[in-house]
Design a protein around this ligand. Sequence first.
Ligand code: UT7
Length: 312
Amino acid sequence: MGSAITGWGEALPDHVVTNDDFAARLDTSDEWIVARTGIRQRRMGGTTSELAIDAGRAALKVADLDGADIDLLVLATTTPDQTIPATSSAVHDALGCRGGAFDLNAACAGFVYALVTADSLLHAGHHRALVIGSETLSKVTDQDDRSTAVLFGDGAAAIVLEAGARDELVLAYDLGVDGAATPLLYADHGGYIHMEGREVFRRAVRAELESIENVLSRAGVRPDDIALFVPHQANVRIIEAVNQRVGLSMERTALVLERTGNTSAASIPLALAEAADAGRVAEGDLVLLSGFGAGMTWASAVIRWGRRGLPR
Ligand code: UT7
């Protein structure tokens, strides 16, 4: 028995912060930010639970389900609303879900970790899972530090996973972590994000490359077989470097970072949801997901899009 993604949705705060907004008060420029990152604007505002609830609602609507149809909720986030309890509790309550709920923190790789975890739990007997990536990174970013302030944004996106499809959703996955690299990217309790940008960039390209090669080989597919690549949205130069080395085209790559900045665990589902809304994935298509972030974590998956065999 397989599973399928039957719903998707996103939530972005209304407040838009442009590169010029930063340039007006920091020693930076639109030219620098666009050339070095590809980011033109990001959204800021709301709480992680509010954004997650809105994204979850949108995904349930596309799936034509109610919260009560969900028996598993996994919320990927590095920016929970409180230290205790997990933010997923508030989301579970607001959406009226059944079953268990938990937060998962694997930074920018968090959504792929959550997808793989939820899909495994569907195979263990759950019926329908809501998987959400939600972040309010603006709260842990020093808005006066030009080296990080311009990079991060807030947002959320969600998918509904349903068991009972004819095909397997996840053809192959690869999860990894290098805990020794933690000092390159972290935020202490109550503190701001510290990042050694250049070194993180170098490792991001290397780790994603290796992880993508692993997952393609495990799935027994070639880069040309991938209909859509959905990478973590940190820096368009990282995506271009990975694509060039793997042999994936930018035309078949989902990009939202120009409008959202880096939204960590929300970035992959945001790009996936927008691509799905735009009709860029069709029944049977292979989709490659890959993320890299603090921890330092990475995760990739090859999934098959479509709902063949589902009863409804
Ligand atoms: O999502 C988790 C994973 N995170 C990432 O993948 C992020 C990875 N890193 C990056 O995306 C890039 O390293 C950055 C975008 C953070 C920085 O780009 P870079 O091309 O690596 O620049 P750099 O850090 O080497 O800095 C180059 C120069 C420096 O000045 P000097 O030392 O050459 O005089 C920085 O001080 O650019 C300066 N700089 C800025 N200048 C204008 C740093 N931030 C800014 C800024 N505006 N906002």
